[in-house]
Design a protein around this ligand. Structure first.
Ligand SMILES: [Zn+2]
Ligand SMILES: [Zn+2]
Length: 316
């Protein structure tokens, strides 16, 4: 399923099986998760510099030749020699290349991937259930780490990432406050079923002050809302790659050592840590599956909030 131009749906095309270059593995793909970043790519909020491009950056596959099952995330290549790469911050490498944006991704039957970014997938996660771990889980977990040790954690936007993080945070003994679109009873019920302490709309007051909040919804208007919900010393983490404009707000919302930051991409250390942690929680992903050729329908359902949890393409 190929991205060709802004405003056009993905198109099903026949491509040759790619040939792995030096340091790359040929992968037979079993599933690929859909991510909100894919919508930002379709809409041009995050640019694809060299279309046509196969999208998809939550890949579960087996290595052709040795049958290892691996997962491939958003970060697909780094230079390995810049000052970011050399200081444990490869997620910020200025030459980084991203799966399903700069490199053909997982909405296909085969792909090639840099073996440095092919991670073993823990047993106990079938192909469909494993896919959301690769971005929703991994970058969500990086966002959670940026929160410090909150007793009370707010999650703004309760989609694929939040439904995984809620399980991790509960297991760590944290209270989880799930904030959804106003009136989204289905998602609020879903959050409560996963152990959230409270769930409500972004128009409702929270019952407590938060120690930290992670914003997954791409709505900049939530930034001052989340800051206003923080206790002194709290942090708001923006977990997505794109957000609409953030409205101006009074310094009072930041005063008392509150902070605001973003999270970008992931490191290999994040992947290793989270994929080891997921079976211990154990994380249970809630997945709606679509055949590969229904990728446009899956993306449209994500855009309109027609499922809870995560959407995953099932690939034969
Ligand atoms: Zn993603
Ligand atoms: Zn680098």
């Amino acid at each position: 399923m190929v991205f060709e131009a802004l405003g056009a749906p993905l198109r099903a095309v026949e491509l040759p099986v790619p040939l792995p270059g030096p340091g790359q593995l040929l992968l037979r793909i079993h599933s690929c998760g859909i991510c909100r970043t894919d919508l930002h790519l379709l809409d041009g909020e995050v640019s694809i510099d060299a279309p046509p491009r196969v999208l998809g950056h939550q890949i579960i596959a087996t290595v052709v030749g040795d049958q290892r099952r691996v997962g491939v995330p958003w970060l697909g290549w780094i230079c390995g020699e810049c000052r970011f790469c050399l200081s444990g911050r490869e997620n910020l490498c200025p030459r980084a290349r991203f799966t399903g944006r700069d490199i053909d991704g997982g909405m296909a039957q085969f792909t090639v991937a840099d073996e440095r970014f092919c991670f073993p997938i823990p047993d106990g996660f079938p192909d469909l259930q494993a896919a959301p771990l690769l971005c929703a889980g991994l970058i969500g977990y990086r966002s959670l780490r940026m929160c410090g040790e909150p007793e009370r954690l707010g999650l703004y936007g309760f989609g694929a990432a939040a439904h995984i993080l809620c399980q991790v945070a509960r297991r760590q003994g944290r209270e989880v406050y799930a904030v959804t679109r106003p009136g989204d009873d289905v998602t609020q019920e879903f959050a409560l079923s996963l152990g959230a302490t409270w769930a409500g709309g972004s128009d409702e007051p929270l019952p407590v002050e938060l120690d930290a909040a992670i914003i997954f919804a791409p709505d900049g208007a939530l930034v001052p809302v989340a800051l206003a919900a923080l206790a002194p010393g709290g942090v708001v983490v923006c977990g997505g790659i794109h957000m609409s404009e953030i409205p101006a707000f009074d310094y009072d919302l930041l005063w008392h050592e509150r902070s605001l930051r973003s999270v970008a991409n992931l490191t290999r250390a994040d992947a290793e840590e989270f994929l080891a942690l997921a079976p211990q929680i154990p994380v249970r992903t809630h997945v709606t599956s679509y055949p590969l050729e229904s990728a446009n329908e899956a993306l449209d359902d994500l855009r309109h909030g027609r499922f809870t949890g995560a959407a995953v393409l099932s690939i034969e």
